[in-house]
Design a protein around this ligand. Structure first.
Ligand SMILES: *Cc1c(COP(=O)(O)O)cnc(C)c1O
Length: 381
């Protein structure tokens, strides 16, 4: 049976293996394992790629978010508005700093923050908004920045899934006060281990994040703030510099897989991803909606096809946030999407045959579901 999985990390390694060997050797023999020149090179390359002035490489996407919030001085008594439909880290970092994550609902088509719900969530204690560019498509940043401007809030882009995407011809990571990237192996720019980066045009913020990344040190063994060890290893930076060379090519491959799915699934009983006007989607995930999501996932599994539910439980319904007092029904769009969402394989190494095989299986599932319904109607009649 044909097998199509959600990821092919080994296949990616094989593509880069030849090029990586001397690069890895170079770092190992150079012995600058921390703060080596490749860390600065990666910061400069990604700042250029995103069209901002500064990059601060850190140990993960989570630490990028944490460090950015620390640099903005978010802490006890503050509220930060976040989507409930996102990876846990977006809200986890807010809680870790003693601040309160306030969950806003999403737009049913893009799955990104609904600016009206954000506006409704603003209180006198609100300090910032974290806008997640979910699945590889930018949130509606003009509307979100407008809310922020009117209420004097800071905006952080959680661009962990969206490197390379654009919003009205402006790059993700250039759309707020600061932005965060993840180089977790499964992300569009995935490294061989953990990694992340803060990007910003604000020199002061970048400088502060740079010090916080290193325990708040201003000069050796002198600390004016408490930071952490959020450094990115030289070896990981060197590997990412190699992988960055093919990021745009890989994003284009994801986009062509998505275009093929759009075409093959049209007219069937699933909702394919909506791309907002002026938005360039980089398909970290290709996520469809189905009223029979779990049955569809099982059907695909029986045919050797992987799929994923991102995310089955909204953050406002997580046990660890129970004391925030949210109830089922508080964020109806988020809750409905969590029940229906399913991501299909869309990684850059899929063949045209793989995409066709997956699409054919989804179509067959929809057709059999429709036939069953007809039969039921026939029996009832
Ligand atoms: C992956 C991810 C993160 C966290 O990044 P890590 O590198 O895994 O710490 C945060 N937010 C979103 C939306 C992500 O997808």
């Amino acid at each position: 049976m044909q097998q199509v999985s959600m990821l092919d990390l080994r296949g990616e390694y094989v593509l880069f293996a030849e090029e990586l060997r001397p690069v890895v050797d170079d770092v190992l023999s150079g012995a600058a394992y921390i703060n080596g020149p490749q860390v600065t090179q990666l910061e400069e390359a990604l700042a250029r790629f995103c069209g901002v002035g500064h990059g601060v490489a850190v140990s993960s996407g989570t630490d990028a978010l944490l460090c950015a919030l620390m640099a903005l001085d978010i802490g006890a008594g503050d509220e930060v508005i976040v989507p409930s439909f996102t990876f846990f880290a977006t809200a986890g970092v807010v809680h870790r700093l003693g601040a309160r994550p306030v969950f806003a609902d999403i737009d049913a088509r893009t799955f990104n923050l609904d600016p009206k719900s954000v506006e409704n969530a603003v209180t006198p204690r609100t300090r910032a908004i974290i806008a997640v560019h979910l699945f590889g498509q930018c949130a509606d940043m003009d509307a979100i920045n407008d809310v922020a401007r009117r209420h004097g809030l800071r905006v952080i882009e959680d661009a962990c899934q969206a490197i390379g995407s654009t919003y009205h011809d402006r790059s993700a990571c250039s759309l707020g006060d600061a932005a965060c990237l993840s180089f977790y192996p499964t992300k569009n720019l995935g490294g061989f281990g953990e990694g992340g980066m803060i990007l910003t045009d604000n020199a002061e913020l970048a400088g502060l994040a740079r010090r916080l990344r290193n325990h708040g040190e201003v000069q050796r063994y002198h600390h004016d703030r408490v930071g952490g060890n959020f450094r990115l290893d030289t070896l990981k930076a060197a590997i990412l510099l190699v992988k960055l060379q093919r990021l745009e090519e890989f994003n284009e491959l994801r986009r062509s897989n998505a275009a093929r799915y759009d075409e093959l699934l049209k007219g069937h009983e699933v909702v394919t991803p909506y791309v907002a006007a002026g938005s360039k989607h980089v398909y970290h995930q290709y996520s469809i909606l189905s009223d029979r999501r779990d049955a569809l996932a099982n059907y695909l599994k029986e045919r050797g096809i992987g799929s994923g539910v991102y995310y089955p439980v909204p953050l406002h319904r997580q046990a660890c946030f129970a004391d925030l007092g949210y109830r089922t029904g508080d964020l109806p769009v988020t809750e409905a999407i969590c029940e229906r969402i399913l991501s299909l394989p869309c990684h850059p190494l899929l063949s045209a045959g793989d995409v066709a095989y997956v699409a054919e299986a989804v179509r067959a599932f929809c057709d059999s579901a429709a036939a069953e319904r007809m039969e039921a109607v026939g029996r009832a009649g």
